[in-house]
Design a protein around this ligand. Sequence first.
Ligand SMILES: C[S@@+](CC[C@H](N)C(=O)[O-])C[C@H]1O[C@@H](n2cnc3c(N)ncnc32)[C@H](O)[C@@H]1O
Ligand SMILES: [Zn+2]
Length: 274
Amino acid sequence: MKFICPKCRRPLVREGGALRCKKGHSYDIASQGYVNLVLSGRSRSPLPGDNPQMTAARTQFLESGAYAPLAEAVAETLRGVCPEGGAVLDAGCGEGDYVRRLYALLAPIRPEIYGVDLSRVGIRHAARACAAYTGEDVRFAVASVYTLPLPDASMDAVVNVFSPLAPAEITRVLCGGGCLIAALPGARHLFEMKEVLYERPYENDETLRLLEGLRLLRTQRVTYPMALEGERVRNLYRMTPYSYKTSPEGAARLEALERLTVTADFLLCVYGKE
Ligand SMILES: C[S@@+](CC[C@H](N)C(=O)[O-])C[C@H]1O[C@@H](n2cnc3c(N)ncnc32)[C@H](O)[C@@H]1O
Ligand SMILES: [Zn+2]
């Protein structure tokens, strides 16, 4: 367990049901096996785009395996960069679907995979879903990607799927030779759903952000059709930001659909530490 104290940045050590630093700061371990490392006063900020309905829809949609090919592509990249027993962070892991899949796919190299997210509901779900892989070790924390409770140079890789990117913290926690694997929406991602919702749907902009301290090593496109029916169509819609940006008419058209074949299109970008 590599977490550090958010107050004094010293290592945390497990003592019974809590993680404690040498200064005596203490953080209870929840029954699901995670800790809250957000300092009080900073945890009440509202999270735009992350309401309970979206979270529930995302959990159900991802658990159905619709984005499993993305997890497989991330695992393939990790096999090339993560040594046996190495450490990986999913920064903004949500409900932990990718962490759980990565634990299963990377079982032969026995990595320690950590997950942080500001959503307590998400982290609680993630810790529970990964308990079979993490055992008694605490690998999930409620924390911001902008102030990671992890030591410098402690991670072999950082994974980020559709979550805020904080380059300064990513480069700080990556070891020399470590890499960031970031999944971004490709131009055609969910295009057929946007055709139902909007008069004039647009393609996503694929201009890659320059991330300070990181060098783009390569990109890989992961694209495939998804044939969805019934509740899976609605869950996909409800987990996206379109669910609060669409006109009532567009939303009604989508909610009435019984089936939809829609493109999943991801750009997997691998960055090295400069
Ligand atoms: C679109 S979701 C993606 C979640 C997950 N990676 C997935 O693909 O299922 C974005 C996530 O970023 C989290 N988030 C937003 N701001 C954050 C921050 N400052 N620190 C940590 N997590 C944050 C949200 O709580 C949410 O779980
Ligand atoms: Zn401390």
